[in-house]
Design a binder for this molecule. Structure first.
Ligand code: NAD
Length: 477
């Protein structure tokens, strides 16, 4: 399928955007097509269309909204193979991952929230000391949703599925790097019979996002992206007293305990530390290794990095594709230089692979002898770069894991479940996995500290798009 280029999707129609920015193929650097770069007038029109759609969509019975969400899921699934290819070309995501998280995953999430909104009562009556109160769940209103390029389809679905289920029209602002795949949501929405204006898509850069966040017609902002942008958006929303959900960066730690099964741990870290070419917010970019097994773990991780299959992301056997852009590649290479300059020891990778002169590839890289205070241990690199830090005893491991500005994810690797649970309880993050880390769509996802505010997924992800109203003096007398 040929991608839709240079268009925004407003009020159920595609139309040319104010400006365009070429979207480049990550593996080759060649243009894939013009991405929309929506201007302020496009955003104004999108918000107007969403406001016009609000009364009708919020009044649509939940069961009918759910039917449309299921139809939208089907329409996305029908396009899955071309969407997967498009995303892989745009951002370098290996095809083996693309297949799970693009066409397929948004459909799973739409079906989940369709079922949830049908099952949850809109109103419940509570009895208290002063009588009966009806507690009503109402859509929060028009949502401004801003997404990054690393999982463009999945992270948009984190917002679209619960917002649409709750009865909220959405103005989605995808990243310029992945402006093309975003249009698939528009095509699918039209096919599924989503009423015009319930979903509007205005890809663009920071300026487009800034205009959307502060727009007087927006009732709620839901943002996924960097902590720097999240802070700026949080400040605006604070001033406007506008509800905001912020899913931000991370520097999560894998804590390998001294009793861990190293083969199983390494098999897990193969994805937990490198998935999507290191461009995943929750991945374990710090590995905390017990000093008693430090040398063995460093050697195994270096071997693991060297064994990852780097290459064409469209090849289903590729494990590491290119990073999204030249800018991102240069940023990662800058961190690799900083690691060496700070005195860490490079034990794998460290440069551009010699057999990948085109596109934005970086070798899977491992640093040993890292101090947790080093920049490569504290700052989010967002590339295939691991920092291995030694520790002495469980308390030290917990302290190091918590000695971070961020608090998004993490893992504990051990053969002792009780010990793992005890450590998991003490790590200050929004999520953590034991001997693995797989998102559960029925459980809340999000971060603490500089990793964000609020939660997505699960019933909590729906609650983020509903406001509650108490109507006193109601219910059975
Ligand atoms: P980014 O913050 O540069 O951009 C994200 C989106 O916000 C883009 O659409 C961008 O155009 C827009 N934007 C940037 N500044 C803005 C502003 N001031 N106002 C409004 N919109 C603005 O992030 P990125 O480089 O695209 O994505 C990578 C970052 O996203 C990483 O830090 C990563 O950890 C984070 N991320 C977090 C999660 C999570 O769930 N916690 C998931 C994926 C990615």
């Amino acid at each position: 399928m040929t991608p839709i280029t240079g268009q925004v999707y407003i009020g159920g129609q595609f139309r040319p955007s104010a400006e365009v920015t070429p979207v480049l193929e990550a593996a080759t650097g060649t243009p894939l097509g013009d991405g929309a770069n929506a201007g302020t007038a496009d955003v104004d029109d999108a918000v107007s269309a969403a406001r016009a759609a609000l009364p009708g969509w919020r009044a649509t019975p939940a069961a009918r909204r759910a039917e449309i969400l299921v139809a939208l899921a089907e329409a996305l699934k029908a396009r899955a193979s071309s969407t997967n290819e498009l995303v892989t070309r745009e951002n370098g995501m290996p095809m083996s991952l693309s297949r799970g998280v693009n066409g397929a995953f948004p459909a799973v999430l739409l079906n989940y929230y369709a079922a949830l909104i049908t099952a949850l009562p809109e109103e419940e009556v509570r009895s208290g000391p002063t009588g009966h109160t009806t507690v009503r769940h109402e859509p929060v209103g028009v949502v401004g949703a801003i997404t990054p390029w690393n999982y463009p389809q999945a992270l948009a679905a984190f917002k679209l599925a619960p917002a649409l289920a709750a009865g909220c029209p959405v103005v989605l602002k995808p990243s310029p790097e992945t402006a093309l795949d975003a249009m698939v949501f528009g095509e699918a929405a039209t096919e599924a019979g989503l009423p015009p204006g319930v979903l509007n898509i205005v890809p663009g850069g920071t300026e487009t996002g800034v205009h959307l966040v502060a727009h007087p017609g927006v009732d709620k902002v839901s943002f996924t992206g960097s902590t720097v942008a999240g802070r700026a958006i949080g400040e605006v929303c604070g001033r406007l007293l506008r509800p905001v959900t912020l899913e931000l960066g991370g520097k999560s730690a894998a804590i390998i305990l001294d009793d861990a099964d190293l083969d199983a741990t390494l098999a897990g870290l193969r994805t937990q530390s490198f998935t999507n070419n290191g461009q995943t917010c929750y991945l374990n970019s710090r590995v905390l290794a017990p000093r008693s097994r430090y040398a063995e773990i460093v050697e195994a991780l270096a071997e693991l990095a060297g064994s990852l299959r780097v290459g064409d992301p469209l090849d289903p056997s590729t494990e590491i594709g290119p990073v999204v852009s030249e800018r991102q590649r240069d940023r990662i290479l800058g961190y690799i230089e900083a690691g060496t300059a700070d005195g860490a020891k490079l034990v794998a990778g460290g440069s551009i692979p010699k057999d990948q002169p085109r596109g934005w590839f970086v070798e899977p890289t491992v640093f040993a002898d890292v101090d947790n205070a080093h920049r490569i241990a504290q700052e989010e690199i967002f590339g295939p770069v691991l920092a291995v830090i030694p520790y002495d005893g469980d308390e030290d491991a917990i302290a190091l894991a918590n000695d971070s500005e961020y608090g998004l994810g993490g893992t504990v690797w051990t053969t002792d479940r009780e010990r793992a649970m005890s450590i998991a309880r003490q790590v200050h993050t929004g999520t953590i996995g034991i001997n693995g880390y797989t998102l559960d769509i029925a459980a809340p996802f999000g971060g603490v500290k500089a990793s964000g505010l609020g939660r997505e997924l699960g019933p909590e992800g729906l609650a983020a798009f509903r406001s509650v109203k108490s109507i006193y003096g109601t219910g059975p007398s």
